[in-house]
Design a protein around this ligand. Sequence first.
Ligand code: S3P
Length: 173
Amino acid sequence: NDLALREMNIVLIGFMGVGKTTIGKAVAKKLYRDFLDIDEEIEKEFQMPTTKIFQEIGEKQFRKKEKETIINLCTNQRLKVISLGGGAFLQEEIRNLCLSNCIVFFLDLSWESWKDRVSMIIDSRPVLQGKNSEEMKDLFDERQPIYEDHHSKVLTDNLDVDEVASFIVDSLK
Ligand code: S3P
């Protein structure tokens, strides 16, 4: 019903560095909701940054914690805006849960616009480290189809944070 729909968590997905956190915060503010960032929750849990988690504990444990965190929050929370890490939707269980329990927005960005941001995000993104441009492009292309499982998508090229946030808020009405 309408009430349940209005209380649903809003989930933002998309590739690393498209602005899920920044836009998520802006959406939360417009809707007077709390914002949750899954990567931040995982970092709090392990008490270290993502890069260090990948180095010292490994990606496998990161993905396990990522799944637990998302399942926990998406099941037990209401009225939140939640940004997922760019790799979360690789896990089918996460995809299925979010698509059935939450309103999922895909923040899309063209490769052309994305590649100009690499230098700003690479230090905190272990998945990108050690990759050349061609390898990053391959990863970008390989990930696109998994984000195509969504309820709504926004192409964010040429839009500022407020415009994207407004689009998301307006499309809930
Ligand atoms: C990852 C994306 C990151 C973070 C981790 C792995 C990925 O989140 O979860 O570094 O595999 O795409 P952002 O999308 O917020 O950068």
